[in-house]
Design a protein around this ligand. Sequence first.
Ligand SMILES: Nc1ncnc2c1ncn2[C@@H]1O[C@H](COP(=O)(O)OP(=O)(O)OP(=O)(O)O)[C@@H](O)[C@H]1O
Length: 256
Amino acid sequence: MFNFGIKDFIDIFCVALMLYYIYRLMKESRSLNVFIGILIFIIMWLFVSQVLEMRLLGSIMDKLVSVGVIAIIILFQEEIRKFLYNLGTHHKVKSIVRLFSSGDKKDKVDMESIMPIVMACMNMSKGKVGALIVIERLTPLDDIVETGDVIDANINQRLIENIFFKNSPLHDGAMVISKKRIRAAGCILPVSHNFDIPKELGLRHRAAMGISQDSDAIAVVVSEETGRISVALRGQFHLRLSAEQLESILTRELDL
Ligand SMILES: Nc1ncnc2c1ncn2[C@@H]1O[C@H](COP(=O)(O)OP(=O)(O)OP(=O)(O)O)[C@@H](O)[C@H]1O
């Protein structure tokens, strides 16, 4: 009468896994209470329509459930976007994307382009000039570029230092580097709400962390307060870097 096969086992396992991931996602985004609320509603709905078979209340709740799916998508659009982004940037998926992407090798940031960045960061670090440089990789940063002023210049150490010089009109915000070019400066990045970021790090560092969580870009920060160089990468900080360490991270991450 009760047929329980391997398929059912896999089915239950997948549902449990899905619930666990939703739980984790909601916990990370501080929406755990909403998750509990949804669960309680679903249990009540099943109880009313399946066990008690109350038709009127059941049909009202049926309607709420069908509208509820859209409401949940609207409420959690940011989390859903993040989840799908993480799925798409999983290293296995990424290597497949790379295989099919038409990425022109000659356009890729090369060693000649990273040296001016490293040298500029070193000088700005010595002079305690605050800087925020975002290097684009596979994720396009066009939406970020639009928030700033387009420059489209060769990557040049003196130009980078000039842009971040305190009195320069473009020193506020982030510089975006893409395909061997300085594409824009004065760009606004998404700010991370991560609790794990050390208290002494302010908005510049949070913005670097934000873009590293939302994309595969590399964000280099020079602190105005301390002159320290840091890199935000895949939602992780590499703090207090020397010029050599910065160069080796950039070389490694840009596959040079
Ligand atoms: N969302 C953002 N996108 C781009 N740049 C930002 C953003 N938020 C802040 N900044 C930049 O960071 C500067 C403010 O830095 P703040 O002092 O708050 O940060 P910090 O991490 O403590 O850096 P520092 O160590 O250099 O002081 C702003 O003047 C601006 O240039």
